[in-house]
Design a protein around this ligand. Sequence first.
Ligand SMILES: Nc1ncnc2c1ncn2[C@@H]1O[C@H](COP(=O)(O)OP(=O)(O)OP(=O)(O)O)[C@@H](O)[C@H]1O
Length: 535
Amino acid sequence: MASDSSFLFSGIRFDRKKFGADIARFQKKESDTDSVKIWSVAEDESAKMREAVEEKTTSTKKRKRKGNSSETVEGFNVFRNSASGVQSSGEVQADEESIELNKMNKKEKNRQLERDAIFRKQHNIHVSGYNVPSPLQSFDELKSGYNCPSYLLRNLKELGFKLPTPIQRQAISVLLDGRECFACAPTGSGKTLAFVCPMLMKLKDPERGGIRAVILCHTRELSAQIFRECKKLAKRTKFRIKLMTKNLLRNADFSKFPCDILISTPLRLRLAIKKKKIDLSRVDYLVLDESDKLFEPELFKQIDSVLKACSNPSIIRSLFSATLPDFVEDRARELMHDAVRVIVGRKNMASETIKQKLVFTGSEEGKLLAIRQSFTESLNPPVLVFLQSKERAKELYGELAFDNIRVDVIHSDLSQQERENAVDNFRAGKTWVLIATDVVARGMDFKGVNCVINYDFPDSASAYVHRIGRSGRAGRTGEAITFYTEDDIPFLRNVANLMAASGCEVQSWLMELQKKKWKKHRPKRDSISTKPETA
Ligand SMILES: Nc1ncnc2c1ncn2[C@@H]1O[C@H](COP(=O)(O)OP(=O)(O)OP(=O)(O)O)[C@@H](O)[C@H]1O
């Protein structure tokens, strides 16, 4: 087409100024298609692609050295030395130079897009959104590309973090670029650092005059953990990082509240807004960790009042979780401006480093026998055991407490202090087996948990993913055993699917079972207790 039509234009000057907008439009389209094409490149082609990029660069250079007498605009051949025209030769040259510069910039941009695409493929990062910033190659790039303060690099080094994890590579650059973000990455893949690090960098220095950043998460245990992680990363600074405790809520004067980063559960922050008139209008950064949990109906009302109180129009919000159901994505899109979606691996998938197993126990009695047998044969602490209710957790504790193993229990009936002690003792290795409800199923980073036992079948796919994700963290291996009885068989296929998707071997009959919509499966189960009932 270009060569066919070129004769039509011979001797006619193409007014680039006049058609500048159209040229730019065309150029943008071209790069858009390039980036779409990039996504269809298979992983094993990445090396080939790198070669192609290099070859393309050299051939472009060669072409430039040769010096073309004509160039192509919108598919038409336009002659450089056209005879007629109103522009002076100086103006023509300036125009051409600026177009050439534009082209070079565009080419460099395309090359960068290609490099980013290859890198993302290698790290299993999937992004969508307009103009997504390049993922980080290393933590050093925080210094060279984003002027990271040296205290932070030093703290990262001291924590032993040599390379960013995939979610950190992408989410940090997105947030540093001032973009909103919703992200899904496997359990134990370092999401906390992915939002705390850019937050500290963006806040730059401590400031007086109100709360500047808020991190929300669904339990007190998790907020205490995030608080500790923030403190570690902010070591050597004077940032005022506060945890919204019961005491703080009761006693603080929020009209004079020196705080750069506030970490809270939604309920406590909502109370502070309503009763203590805490001012969130200056908040620049808001993180919703375990965002899918926070968007569930029972917590959404509390979240909503926080979202409304954070009224700064230039606020940057981000959502993180290992599970991202469609309804949360929809909410995120409604809520956020020009957000980037970052998914590491596949959405809602269990960590690939966990060996998963299903065990049929027949009855409730069978479960107790199975757990006792497993502990006598091969107790490899620390072990976390999940049950569907606090009553059942207490019952199992009552059974195992006298079995000569160091066992403890955690559930919502305990006092704050008792809950903290249970977590601390488990972390310190004083407790070998921690019996728990879903109160510690999400977000809790108990390093080195060797085995998770789902004594009671989880009530949803996300509960399964988060529970077993307490082991196999930060690249370590782990094990997950799920007991099932007749009552759970309708939902077995769902777990089998999750197991297969994360690379575990699954018996073929399991995959032939019917799939059933998994909606809060908490059947009434027989009592665990073997003690005679007191009248
Ligand atoms: N770059 C890194 N290199 C090595 N370890 C890291 C790195 N970043 C974080 N970690 C460690 O990985 C572990 C898990 O991190 P984190 O608790 O943030 O995971 P998560 O993705 O939030 O998990 P979950 O979905 O269960 O909440 C922590 O012990 C943390 O110290």
